[in-house]
Design a protein. Sequence first.
Length: 128
Amino acid sequence: MTRFGLNVERVRPKEPQPEALSLAEQLLGELKDRLPPDACCFATARDAPGIVICHQGRALGLQVKEERLSAVQVASFNRLRSAGMRIEIARSFREALELIAEMGVVLKPAINPIYAARDFFREETRKR
């Protein structure tokens, strides 16, 4: 007679840690939570600015500088700028948020996940 044993454990899938994400990915995640309703953002290909924000009919480009810009990027940035697109280059997360504010995009306040549920229910009860 053969016996067979099996142990089953529930394990949550690991979410990517903020340190594991690149600076551009962290910024894109933050923007998707904090952009106003009349704006959207998306990541682009390698020859265009890394992040494009569309706000009130304007296209705003933001390149997070992790290494030197290639010659192709410099040429494409110059073409986009001559077409009317504003492109800024940031070297840190804080600088990127400051440049976005300087471009005229008013971001929502940062969400603290610890108090987010509490604040949501407070707002909902005040509406009545």
